[in-house]
Design a protein around this ligand. Structure first.
Ligand SMILES: O=C[C@H](O)[C@H](O)COP(=O)(O)O
Ligand SMILES: C=C(OP(=O)(O)O)C(=O)O
Length: 449
């Protein structure tokens, strides 16, 4: 990987195109200084790791593996302590164990982590008690606090985003390769949880089965290295192009551009304009790329996105993350999948059952019903079963903490409970128990498929 001056000018074709959802940085000189500094920082991930993830996602696209992608709606600079990161990872590892064992499918694990600091918003401003301020756009841009000062976009935050991503990724790498993620730890990931929750108890029963299987293999003299570490990748929305461009480098092996801020990046529902900068950016980098598709997406748009981002029809290069809403998925998804499949493209189809199912509770909290989330996933599986295509995975907003942000689940949270631990900076996340409930139900759906 080299830092090639050329890559910051000639190759960055997206810079001349309109980019939606960008902050109004008030101090352009300060922004330029920050960008120059970011350009001198080392990569957070290596191009070879991105290639490896593209291969793994190729297996998902071919129907040989399942993608579990999840994490915070918005990571926060003040939440990068070891416990918080470990809790998130633990939840994803537990979900991965459930899907692998109960679903009997290899699971590709990708966090919404170590870079998910930027949020596209529906409105540019927010009004409280007659006071109107710029909306919060993620810790990479401005502060969550509702004050004039906090809400001014500050480019220094882009450096903090890099630093927070680096610290998080460092710990994630340590946890996933340093023994914590060893499959013989399946019980340890559940210790603080088992007694108090039905999902934890169900998980414990599964962990005992995994243990027996491991003991059996051990007794047969088999103790594969694959069980001792976990392959885990980072991902985030490539939203703030000043940041992503500064972290886009030319790979010395191939001369190709890679966004080295994360292994996989995705383009959101609000920034996937075919003539916009984000799609051009996605087309130019070699990382595996996701694109969110909401209910208004036409098959023609999906096909044009494929032509732009995956012209060589390379399985693993492009992942379509559909987020239709439980009430629309059965109507909207079939036409998309049918026409994309007929075109010969082999994209990975992933279900985001979160973003189409948000509503505001009477208390003013943005929330989601667990049952709607589940129903969208069910619809996703039904559509793919009907068409004979592969339901490739799920994309979740979740946390390892016992928050009360989404209603329902086995350990039921009611609308009146929302205020108890409502901690998200933007959208409501499934808590650990709801995440595990969902993993068990998805594993059943996958096996039945
Ligand atoms: O997480 C996704 C978006 O940033 C979010 O749904 C936008 O939320 P808003 O409608 O409150 O702006
Ligand atoms: C903003 C997001 O989703 P979408 O683009 O699908 O609304 C997100 O996943 O954080």
């Amino acid at each position: 990987m080299t830092l090639n001056a050329e890559s910051h000018t000639g190759g960055h074709t997206w810079k001349s195109l309109p980019a939606a959802q960008q902050p109004d940085w008030p101090d352009q000189a300060a922004l330029r200084e920050v960008i120059a500094e970011l350009e001198s920082y080392p990569p957070l991930v290596f191009a070879g790791e991105c290639d490896q993830l593209r291969d793994r996602l190729g297996a998902v696209a071919r129907g040989e593996a399942f993608l579990l992608q999840g994490g915070d709606c918005a990571e926060a600079f003040d939440a990068i302590g070891a416990d918080q990161i470990r809790n998130k990872l633990k939840t994803l590892l537990q979900m991965g164990a459930v899907l692998t064992y109960a679903g009997q499918v290899p699971v590709v694990k990708v966090g919404r982590i170590a870079g998910q600091y930027s949020k596209p918003r529906s409105k540019p401003t927010e009004t409280r008690d007659g006071v109107t301020l710029p909306t919060y756009r993620g810790d990479s841009v401005n502060g969550f606090e509702f004050t004039e000062k906090a809400r001014i976009p500050d480019p220094q935050r882009l450096k903090r985003m890099y630093q927070a991503s680096a610290s998080t990724l460092n710990l994630v790498r340590a946890f996933t390769t340093g023994g914590y993620a060893d499959l013989r730890q399946v019980h340890a990931w559940n210790q603080d949880f088992v007694k108090s929750s039905p999902a934890g108890q169900r998980y414990e029963a599964l962990a005992r089965e995994i243990d027996r299987a491991l003991n059996f293999m051990n007794a047969c003299g088999v103790d594969p290295e694959e069980f001792k570490t976990v392959e885990f990748y980072s991902s985030h929305e490539a939203l703030i192009l000043d940041y992503e461009s500064a972290l886009t480098r030319t790979d010395s092996r191939t001369g190709e551009l890679y966004d080295v801020s994360g292994h996989m990046v995705w383009i959101g529902e609000r920034t996937r304009q075919l003539d916009g900068a984000h799609v051009e950016f996605a087309a130019r980098i070699r990382n595996p790329v996701g694109v969110k598709l909401g209910p208004t997406t036409t098959p023609e748009e999906a096909l044009s996105l494929i032509d732009r981002i995956d012209p060589n029809r390379e399985p693993g290069r492009l992942t379509f993350i559909t987020r239709m809403g439980a009430d629309k998925i059965r109507d909207k998804l079939p036409d998309l999948v049918e026409k994309v499949t007929a075109s010969g493209a082999q994209v990975a189809w992933i279900c985001d059952p979160m973003h189409g199912n948000t509503f505001e509770a009477a208390s003013g909290h943005k929330t989601r019903r667990f049952d709607d989330v589940l129903d969208e996933v069910k619809g996703f599986f039904e559509v793919h079963k009907g068409l004979g295509t592969h339901p490739g995975g799920i994309h979740m907003e979740l946390t390892g903490d016992d928050v009360t942000e989404c209603v329902g689940g086995g350990d039921e949270i009611f609308v009146d409970d929302l205020h108890q631990r409502y901690e998200t900076a933007c959208d409501p996340r499934l808590n650990r128990s709801q995440s595990l409930d969902l993993a068990f139900l998805v594993a059943e759906m996958y096996r039945d498929q």
